[in-house]
Design a protein around this ligand. Structure first.
Ligand code: SF4
Length: 258
């Protein structure tokens, strides 16, 4: 049986999802529900309708691995010149594991550099299975306090930390990506938590800070949903500078904005 996945976007010429010029494949579906999610159309595993500028569009399309690869391989020359490749993102690409794993296998056998962006919430054995197929994990770390993680993202972070530890132990290359949302998850104890993780796992790159922007609000409205954080502005320049300098003071010399 041909394996198919639900893809909601394929973005060519991405430069923020790993090294070099990349094609990012966005897979639909996520087990988390972060209040600040800037891609609310990625959360459901099913295709859905978005109403934008007076038009309805369907978000999410069934695609085979060869259809995705045809699109991705169009830019092979750019990957070779810049050290780029394919990035799987979402949603949570591990949520479509039965599609994600063979897609990574196909990308590797085509000689591509592979990145997997993940929130870390999936069965540990599945992370073990994809580890040899992923050249760089872009691993999200959102909230240090387990209870607060549950309140803000709909699940606690125990499984996420287990998976991070497992990947590290397996020798995976990992970049830690941290969404910071002013007055929501940028408390000093969380910044200390980030620093603590990087001290514990010195081979992890980062942290790469993803500063909050409120693009998700208009997307939520297009889906007929109420935005979760309707009155929150984008992170200011001051916020960003404060986060980076505090993280550096805590020993994260590689702290930077994404
Ligand atoms: S993990 Fe990412 S895609 Fe999933 S809800 Fe959170 S921000 Fe959205």
């Amino acid at each position: 049986m041909m394996v198919k996945g639900i893809v909601f976007d394929i973005q060519r010429f991405s430069i923020h999802d790993g090294p070099g010029i990349r094609t990012t494949v966005f897979l639909k579906g996520c087990p988390l529900r972060c209040l600040w999610c800037h891609n609310p159309e990625s959360q459901s595993f099913e295709p859905e309708i978005m109403h934008e500028l007076g038009f309805d569009k369907i978000v999410g399309k069934e695609m085979s691995i060869s259809e995705v690869m045809t699109e991705v391989l169009k830019d092979r020359a750019y990957y070779e010149r810049t050290g780029g490749g394919i990035t799987l993102s979402g949603g949570e690409p591990m949520g479509q594991f039965l599609f994600t794993k063979p897609l990574l296998e196909e990308a590797k056998s085509s000689g591509l550099h592979t990145c997997l962006e993940t929130a870390g919430y999936g069965p540990t054995h599945q992370y073990e299975e994809v580890a040899p197929l992923v050249d760089l994990f872009l691993f999200d770390y959102k909230v240090t306090d387990a209870q607060k993680h549950y309140q803000l993202a709909g699940r606690d972070n125990a499984l996420i930390l287990t998976n991070l530890d497992r990947l590290y132990t397996l020798g995976a290359s990992i970049r830690l990506r941290c969404p910071l949302i002013p007055a929501i998850n940028d408390e000093d104890t969380h910044l200390q938590g980030i620093a603590h993780l990087l001290e514990k796992y010195p081979r992890i790159d980062g942290p790469e800070i993803m500063a909050y922007h409120n693009l998700g609000n208009s997307k939520a409205a297009s889906l007929g949903r109420e935005p979760n954080l309707p009155n929150l502005d984008n992170a200011s320049q001051e916020d960003k500078e404060r986060w980076i300098s505090r993280l550096q003071a805590l020993g994260c010399t590689n702290a930077r904005l994404s």
